[in-house]
Ligand binder design. Structure first.
Ligand SMILES: CC(C)=CCC/C(C)=C/CC/C(C)=C/CC/C(C)=C/COC[C@H](O)COP(=O)(O)O
Ligand SMILES: CC(C)=CCC/C(C)=C/CC/C(C)=C/CC/C(C)=C/COP(=O)(O)OP(=O)(O)O
Ligand SMILES: [Mg+2]
Length: 286
């Protein structure tokens, strides 16, 4: 038995970035305990991984068309073992959350239930699926913040808003790319109702909301942040704007809007970390 498809099915890069994001949120909320930071990293990586595995389990028919190389459609992992693997990961994540606080435990349980509902039902409903993934991605900032305390977590609220709107825009574009396979799998997604081009316009509007929210951390990090985030905002806007010229899923895939937006999101995440470390260094010298 080869283990590697069981790692691939977790989408390790995506799960580890989620875990690192929780640690960034913890630092921004002024968390200082390395053990708590590691616990956050572990819980978010494992629960995100569980969501990814369960997603592939429920998408096994759709992915024969949309993502034939994934571990289940390629035959590397059986659907039954994927379901068991997802269950083990969810249980591990929730058990580890018992060592945090009640707020974190509540978010971990709620998010796990939402990930199950998303994979089983919400993904096939227009907008609800996209809203769920947008909330889940943003909630990583709330999760890291609330471990420090309910009063410190308000600092991470602007980051929740930026991530929510940015992810919602990208998820709508991803659904527009996947129209063919999703329709074959019986889903009704928002881009099937709106069409590819209108989905592109909606994504641009949502990115503008993310851009507006991205100004909020100026009060914490100052002018250097504002200049650097403006460059990233322009790049993400450019990436989203490329989608409004596309009329078919194939044209949208060729435009690479969703990949470019993802690079921009990672750059924003890196900037948040860099600004917080810089903020910490300045505070230590004053
Ligand atoms: C306008 C502006 C500055 C937007 C930036 C928005 C932002 C900071 C987004 C951060 C998104 C993020 C990395 C959230 C952490 C949780 C996470 C990794 C969620 C799931 O991964 C998303 C990933 O893009 C999925 O990729 P794919 O498998 O290709 O769909
Ligand atoms: C804060 C805590 C405890 C957990 C957060 C868990 C996280 C980070 C969730 C982020 C969103 C995420 C990665 C959800 C997993 C489900 C998933 C893979 C959604 C996207 O799947 P599809 O819509 O099928 O798209 P694909 O085409 O990529 O499969
Ligand atoms: Mg899927």
């Amino acid at each position: 038995m080869s283990l590697s498809p069981y790692v691939t099915i977790i989408r390790p890069a995506n799960a580890v970035v989620s875990g690192i994001t929780a640690v960034i949120a913890y630092l921004i909320a002024s968390g200082t305990n390395p053990l708590s930071a590691f616990l956050l990293f572990f819980i978010v990586t494992v629960i995100c991984g569980a969501g990814n595995v369960l997603n592939d389990y429920f998408d096994r028919e759709i992915d024969k068309i949309n993502r034939p190389g994934r571990p289940i459609p390629s035959g590397a992992v059986t659907p039954g073992s994927a379901a068991v693997w997802a269950g083990i990961l969810f249980i591990l994540g929730i058990l580890a959350s018992l060592a945090t606080n009640l707020w974190c435990l509540a978010i971990a349980v709620f998010n796990s239930l939402l990930l199950i509902a998303y994979a089983a039902k919400l993904k096939k409903m227009p907008l609800f699926g996209n809203l769920s993934v947008a909330y889940l991605s943003g909630s990583v900032f709330l999760f890291g913040g609330v471990l420090v305390g309910p009063e410190s977590f308000t600092v991470t609220l602007p980051l929740f808003a930026i991530t929510f709107f940015g992810t919602l825009a990208r998820e709508i574009l991803k659904a527009a790319e996947d129209i063919e396979g999703d329709a074959a799998g019986g889903a009704t997604t928002l881009p099937m109702i709106l069409g590819v081009q209108k989905s592109g316009y909606l994504a641009v509007i949502l990115i503008l909301c993310a851009v507006a929210a991205s100004v909020l951390p100026y009060s914490r990090w100052g002018a250097v942040y504002l200049v650097l985030i403006a460059v990233i905002d322009l790049f993400i806007l450019y990436a989203a704007a490329k989608s409004v010229r596309c009329k078919t899923p194939a044209e949208l895939i060729a435009a690479r809007s969703t990949s470019l937006i993802k690079y921009g999101m990672f750059a924003a995440l890196f900037l948040f970390l860099a600004m917080e470390l810089w903020h910490g260094i300045i505070a230590a010298f004053l």
